[in-house]
Design a protein. Sequence first.
Length: 197
Amino acid sequence: MVIRKISFSNGYINITEDKISYYNGNQHQTIERKCIGTIKTIEKTFLQKDSFTYSLRLIFFSLVVFALALITSIGFLTYLGLFICAYGFIALFVNVFFGLIGYRDASNFLIRVIFGIRGYEVTIHNNCGAKNIIFNIDKSDKNKINSIDQYRISANEKPVIETALNLNELEKLAELLKKGIITEEEFNIKKKQILGL
């Protein structure tokens, strides 16, 4: 089976004979190629990890700054450590509070200000009614999205990869006919099977 791959800075797309799949760590989204609908990109600032992880990193970093303040006796580092620690705890509280009341997107605005990546949210619509493929990309990866269009297939069109494999089989059959290993009749029967006639 031939697999084509489109790599992004935070994930990749695999395209097989009949499916298109997006992978990012343990995330996996798939639709059939004949179901590829419109592909939309919307500018968005996104996080590569969840805001809870970034909040904990801020709190840990503040502890490192506190330790440096104790070692070096620099008063400014103490205030900086206090500010970072407070920001981390506030971001953690806001994340948990807004997450509990159902505003998941609003919950990470304090973290997006610091760690957010400017890029695009890509939606590959599924015309067959199942889930769409939705993922985020960096601005530098936007031109790769246009290459997905070439992998669309209609419901009754055979994929290009499959057609290439069929031609390969026909060439082998023609070689067997030429060498006299199979008869003309056997060749025609097998040719019809391969082409689905």
